[in-house]
Write a protein that binds this ligand. Structure first.
Ligand SMILES: [Zn+2]
Ligand SMILES: [Zn+2]
Length: 560
């Protein structure tokens, strides 16, 4: 490794994932301020919610790194969860750096790149577990951890100014069922060598104890599934291949055929078998074939544990799934947690299933049917004892998680703790860790397949329309500005009742519009823009009188 030169600095810059759980995008820079070389760790998405109607995925804004695209030496992916690789297909064309990932992650990454038609241009290098990547001043070594997906890696990033342990997502699972256990020897050795900073998962910092093991879930689910009569559906994250394996084996042990329901179950099953997982199982039956078996002989493994409307389980609950039907005497096990923000859709889903007579099993009433993939407080303490970093940099959390994690690190005698926000550039060395710059950061929305700025005009208008409704007004004027036809007013999403019928309200609005046009001077009426402005002002005012709200007003002026 080269040695540090005067003026060299090592910086950490999160552009996503700090102050939120989702869209991880972390950058490390090395060199003098005017000539830094960069590596990026993870390029993930987050998902839209009720505040972003119609927006399904949200990406970190890469503008700052795009400016430095020529100096990006590589993009290293820690694991294949959407919040770590989901934005690659969208953002890679702006970054254009070589990509490094372990085989399972690379398999799923290639699909994402293919979907966005950028697979042919990208250079994806598969790195073996515990492998090394040489990227200029950065020597990156993968460290096997345990999490809730195959091949989770921490990164030891060695530089001439010190070593960063970037944990990625992890927990300490003594028996993860698939893959190796947490490589604590490697982390301890790193600690002996000296860890400058640890950039670490904060998701479960408010939870005491430990996350628990996949092996315990296997025991609980085996027992539960073995005790049930009638059809059994189990919802879990498809990416948790160990859990899939557990559920499939539990079904088989109970004499059931297993049928996959939901596209991502098939996608993950393919990714898993590409790296030799999910072996030694009886073949799946299709959901169409499943109907031929007795109720006691079938188990469905479903997507949709978060109440996603188009996923298999929602369609089962709505009674619109073409093959999978659940009713009285059947069972649905949620082997998953509620991701914050999804409480309402999950409750709606569960109510619909309950209404069909389906018996429900959730983590709350049946402890042990799910464990988290993130470290709880005892595991965090253990990690600090192994790595002994000089600086703690909490990430992968909301503000409250990051600050609590910083406090925990200080309780563990870590000399320095710093919790940056997205866009804060932290100098890790030389000297004390401090925020030295604020770079542009933000979010991009995928809206109708188009990449747009955060809260752009289209979304703002859609929110406005969904809250207040829309009025359209059309009028035809002749060359001299006299009304030839109309004005005609139509409403979308505005209410009427017996006291104020909607057609009467629209007549009132049309009268107001006509008066507004007639109130304009002759030269104003010859100018389309002036007429449109007058119609908008007048209709907004009149609508407020009627409904006490200000709908979107869309005027059309035609000349005849
Ligand atoms: Zn994550
Ligand atoms: Zn993860």
């Amino acid at each position: 490794m080269t040695t540090a030169r005067p003026g060299d600095e090592l910086v950490f810059l999160p552009l996503g994932g700090s102050n939120e759980i989702g869209m991880n995008f972390n950058c490390y820079g090395y060199g003098p301020a005017h000539a830094r070389k960069w590596i990026i760790v993870d390029v993930g998405v987050t998902f839209g919610d009720q505040t972003t109607p119609g927006v399904e995925i949200i990406l970190p804004d890469p503008a700052f790194m795009e400016e430095h695209a020529d100096d990006i030496l590589g993009i290293v992916l820690t694991h294949a969860h959407e919040d770590h690789i989901g934005a690659m297909g969208w953002l890679w064309p702006r970054l254009k750096a070589p990509i490094y990932a372990t085989p399972f992650t690379a398999f799923l990454l290639r699909e994402k790149m293919r979907e966005r038609n950028v697979l042919d241009q990208a250079r994806i290098t598969e790195v073996p577990l515990s492998g090394q990547i040489h990227l200029g001043p950065f020597e990156v070594q993968l460290i096997t951890l345990t999490h809730s997906i195959p091949e989770p890696n921490g990164l030891a990033i060695r530089t001439p100014l010190g070593t960063v342990l970037h944990t990625g997502d992890w927990k300490i699972d003594p028996d993860p069922l698939l893959g190796g256990v947490t490589d604590q020897d490697a982390i301890r050795r790193l600690g002996d060598e000296g860890v400058l900073a640890m950039v670490c998962d904060s998701t479960n910092v408010f939870v005491d104890g430990t996350a628990g093991s996949e092996a315990d879930v296997r025991e609980t689910l085996n027992e539960l599934i073995g005790s049930l009569r009638g059809k059994v559906a189990v919802a879990c994250f498809a990416s948790n291949v160990a859990r899939m394996d557990t559920i499939i084996r539990a079904g088989q042990a109970a004499g059931r055929k297993v049928s996959l329901a939901g596209r991502s179950m098939f996608r993950m099953a393919a990714a898993a078998s590409s790296v030799g997982l999910l072996k030694g199982l009886a073949p799946f039956v299709t959901d169409a074939e499943a109907g031929r078996f007795d109720d006691d002989e079938i188990l469905y493994l479903c997507t949709g544990s978060q109440g996603e409307p188009r996923a298999a389980l929602s369609r089962v609950a709505d009674g619109t799934h073409p093959h999978v039907k659940l009713g009285r005497g059947d069972h649905c096990i949620f082997s998953s947690r509620i991701i914050p923000g999804n409480e309402v859709p999950i409750r709606n889903l569960q109510n619909k299933l309950a209404d069909r007579g389906v018996r429900l099993y959730t983590e709350r009433d049946h402890p042990g049917i799910h464990v988290s993939g993130h470290p709880c407080r005892d595991e965090l303490r253990e990690m600090y004892r192994w790595a002994r970093p000089r600086i703690a940099v909490p990430t992968h959390g909301e503000r409250r998680h990051l600050l609590e994690h910083a406090a925990l690190a200080q309780d563990m005698q870590v000399p320095e703790a710093i919790a940056p926000r997205n866009g804060d550039m932290v100098r890790l060395a030389p000297g004390r860790a401090e925020i030295i710059d604020e770079t542009p950061s933000g979010r991009l929305y995928v809206d109708g397949g188009v990449l747009t700025v955060e809260n752009g005009d289209a979304l703002r208008e859609r929110r406005h329309a969904s809250h207040s409704g829309v009025l359209t007004v059309a009028v035809a004027l002749d060359e001299d500005g006299r009304i030839a036809s109309g004005p005609q007013v139509r409403a979308i999403g505005l209410p009427g009742d017996a006291d104020t019928p909607l057609d009467e309200a629209l007549d009132e609005l049309a009268d107001a519009a006509e008066a507004a046009i007639k109130g304009l001077d002759g030269w104003e009426r010859e100018d389309d823009h002036m007429v449109e402005q007058a119609l908008m002002r007048t209709l907004k005012k009149a609508a407020f009188r009627i409904w006490e709200r200000r709908p979107v007003v869309e005027p059309t002026v035609l000349r005849v």
